[in-house]
Design a binder for this molecule. Structure first.
Ligand code: PSV
Ligand code: MN
Length: 424
């Protein structure tokens, strides 16, 4: 289904007076208001094709109904999100969960909704029914060359699908690791992974990147072969310019200073981009900003400062994507909340008074430095985001229209209460 623009306009009209009052209150204090609004308009976050259905845990899965049954329907769901927030103009595919059997038709379908294709993701963490060798003991790091070759071939096939869709990056996450001490020679595993990635790297088109994602544990619980940003950075450095490190916010041990990791990767030109989510304990894949919005703001503060220092365009220089799982919320509502939280953190980071902060740092004025950051963080920027959405043709309040228009119920009517989407 699609949401007609006039319905958004009607709802906006009803909420306009209230919005204007809130916007004027905040906007009065914002320097460079139009520049900031334009940055917010330009800033889009990709939606993963696997996040439009209900996620599960190993204990169970509770479908919410109306889940997309095909890639076409997943694209339609992203189209709905984008129509409402004008901030989600791309979709990231996971292969083989979402194989585009007719790439030009899929591309046209997406383009009609104002969407394009973000990075393509390979999957060598699950066995597929038709594959010859199992990934039970890993893929690109496997001790058996034949298994490695199969995994390399899969990644090269994923690049081919991506080329057909005009994607520009291959995102690789490996579950390769070990469950018990002694199971694996760690150096050997790393070297084999590098060798395999070198073969994949050689198959990348000139204008493509490979993003190497790291994760400390799960599904392996003793070691992961690409376990942290250092290991990913080492691989991406050895591979070459087209390789970079992807930061998934949930892929850190507790207490890790993610903003510092991000700052240094950016400094080295090695920050590929993000998989956004939030967590309390591990890779919880919760709604962005639901647990620790201050950390998200601190990450964006480093990003804005670091990107400005390198003259990078915020919206397009690195990859921005959500990677979350929706166990109990409506996936579309959850994604709307996540996009909003990301843009709130971004807007707050844009408000940081950088010259003043630099001076406070120079003076070792710790109190003032904290005041400057928290002044920005405690600003209620939601009406700035709403204004940016309004100017871009979206909804002042995406979630309220989504509910008012009973979109989930319509999706259930169309697709059924038991429709199940591919993914985890
Ligand atoms: C692994 O936990 C991960 O973050 C990788 O990005 C996978 O591609 C994705 O989740 C699968 O849901
Ligand atoms: Mn991820």
């Amino acid at each position: 289904m699609q949401l007609e623009k006039y319905k958004i306009d009607e709802a906006n009209h009803q909420q306009l007076k209230d919005h204007q009052r809130k916007f004027d209150f905040v906007a009065g204090d914002v320097k460079n208001l139009d520049t900031i609004l334009q940055k917010l308009i330009d800033f889009n976050i990709a939606i993963p094709s696997w996040a439009l259905g209900t996620g599960g845990t190993r204990f169970g899965r509770f479908s919410g109904g109306g889940e997309p049954r095909s890639l076409e329907e997943k694209i339609e769901d992203v189209g709905l999100i984008h129509a409402l927030n004008r901030s989600s103009n791309s979709i990231s595919l996971h292969i083989p969960w979402d194989i585009p059997s007719n790439a030009s038709a899929i591309k046209a379908h997406a383009a009609q909704l104002g969407l394009h294709f973000d990075a393509v993701n390979s999957n060598t963490f699950q066995d597929q029914p038709d594959q010859e060798f199992s990934y039970k003991f890993g893929s690109l790091h496997h001790v058996d060359k034949a298994v490695r070759k199969q995994a390399i071939a899969h990644n090269i096939e994923v690049i081919k699908y991506g080329v057909e869709l005009d994607s520009k990056a291959l995102s690789v996450w490996l579950s390769d690791g070990s469950n018990f001490p002694g199971q694996l020679n760690m150096r050997g595993a790393f070297e084999r992974t590098l060798e395999s990635l070198q073969e994949i790297y050689a198959a990348l088109p000139d204008d493509w990147k490979v993003w190497v994602e790291y994760k400390p544990y799960e599904p392996n619980f003793y070691s992961t072969t690409i376990g942290d940003w250092g290991q990913s950075y080492l691989l991406s450095s050895k591979l070459g310019q087209k390789a970079q490190t992807l930061v998934d916010l949930g892929h850190h041990l507790q207490g890790a200073n993610i903003e510092q990791i991000v700052s240094l990767l950016l400094m080295e030109g090695k920050l590929a981009g993000f998989h956004f989510n939030d967590s309390k304990y591990g890779d919880d894949d919760l709604t962005v900003g639901s647990i620790n919005p201050y950390q998200l703001f601190l990450i964006f503060n480093e990003l804005v400062e670091g990107m400005d220092a390198r003259g990078m365009t915020h919206a397009t220089s690195i990859g921005w994507m959500i990677d979350a799982s929706h166990n109990i919320k409506d996936p579309i509502e959850d994604l709307l909340q996540s996009v909003e939280a990301i843009k709130i953190a971004y807007a707050q980071a844009l408000l940081v008074d950088t010259p003043e902060l630099v001076q406070a740092q120079q003076d070792n004025d710790v109190v003032l430095a904290q005041e400057i950051l928290q002044q920005a963080y405690r600003t209620d920027v939601r009406s700035l985001l709403a204004e940016a959405r309004l100017r871009a043709g979206g909804a002042l309040n995406p979630l309220s229209i989504y509910r008012q228009q009973t979109i989930r119920q319509q999706l259930i009517n169309e697709r059924g209460a038991k429709a199940v989407s591919t993914g985890l």
